[in-house]
Unconditional design. Structure first.
Length: 137
């Protein structure tokens, strides 16, 4: 049994092993099921099973690497947003009005980087201008 077709969806965020609760156990159950249902006149070779296990191991490592890269990217974005603290920003609020204020903090909510301006959380995507805050403000 070639699992290349099953693993082909990996990378798009939707795969047999990428869903909630999918684990190495799920893969092993699939292999056991394959053993039980194989044609006794044409059994699958041991090398094919080893290749499938190796493919799954590689998939797990790629998924772990992807999670690490995504975590590093979020940390980098957060650090970048941190440089805005103390600066005056201009942004478009939910009503479409342009507002401005001094950034007092940054944070993450549901994977979105937010800055705090005048007690209001603002997504970085709403910023239209960043300026040095004049001294004495």
């Amino acid at each position: 049994m070639d699992i290349g077709g099953i693993l082909g969806g990996v990378g798009g965020g939707s795969s047999l092993f990428g869903g909630a609760g999918a684990t190495r156990d799920s893969f092993l159950q699939l292999l056991v099921s394959e053993l039980r249902n194989q044609d006794p006149l044409e059994p699958v070779e041991n090398t094919e099973f080893l290749a499938q296990l190796a493919q799954f191991g590689t998939l797990e490592q790629i998924q772990n690497l992807n999670a690490n890269v995504l975590g590093a990217a979020v940390a980098q974005q957060l650090l970048g947003a941190g440089t805005l603290i103390g600066r005056t920003v201009e942004y478009v609020d939910e009503t479409g009005a342009t507002r401005s204020g001094v950034v007092s903090g940054v944070g993450i909510e549901s994977g979105d980087i937010l800055i705090t301006v005048g007690g209001e959380d603002v997504s970085l995507g709403r910023l239209v201008r960043i300026e040095e805050t004049p001294t004495g403000s």
